[in-house]
Design a binder for this molecule. Structure first.
Ligand code: OFO
Length: 174
């Protein structure tokens, strides 16, 4: 049986993952309106991934005798000033999620809740990968620079990163 404190903290995490899913969905719509096909697909896949992260905690809470709550999600921004700023925001959000996961790990440790501690390890790894991916994207945006066709090349780059992520996922499922 999970403690009330841990249950509350995991429910808050459900809200954070849900917000990330909506934020990335909103970003995909903005990318689409800018004609950035690769970025649209990338953000759409990220949104679905965050939805899966949310559901994983939702199901875990039920499994351990807790009560998962459907979160109230505030409307994310729908306008972004540039692709670089958009990815800056994604990176900042992922860093916030990482901090929150680490706090959950500390709580699980403090409560000697080894089941939740073990469950959270997947998220620790996932966040490391996500942050690494966002740093790679931001580095490449910087390298491409601000030339006349930079948006075209950035979009192509993100399309490639997305295809790679999809292939890795398919490999993981095989
Ligand atoms: Fe689930 O927040 Fe990142 O991946």
């Amino acid at each position: 049986m999970i403690s009330k404190k841990m249950e509350k903290a995991l429910n808050e995490q459900i809200g954070l993952e849900g917000y990330a899913s909506f934020l990335y969905l909103s970003m995909s719509a903005w990318c689409d309106s800018e004609g950035l096909k690769g970025c649209t697909q990338f953000m759409r896949r990220q949104s679905e991934e965050e939805q899966m992260h949310m559901m994983k905690i939702f199901d875990y809470l039920s499994e351990v005798g807790g009560h998962p709550l459907t979160p109230a999600i505030k409307q994310p921004p729908s306008k972004f000033t540039s692709v670089q700023k958009l990815f800056d925001e994604v990176y900042a959000h992922e860093q916030k999620v990482t901090k929150s996961i680490h706090k959950l790990v500390s709580l699980a440790k403090a409560e000697d809740d080894y089941t939740t501690f073990e469950f959270l390890q997947w998220y620790v790894m996932e966040q490391r990968e996500e942050e690494d991916q966002m740093r790679t994207i931001l580095d490449r945006i910087k390298i491409i620079g601000k030339g006349p066709q930079s948006l075209y090349f950035i979009d192509k780059e993100i399309e490639g990163i997305n295809a790679e992520a999809l292939a890795n996922e398919a490999e993981g499922e095989a």
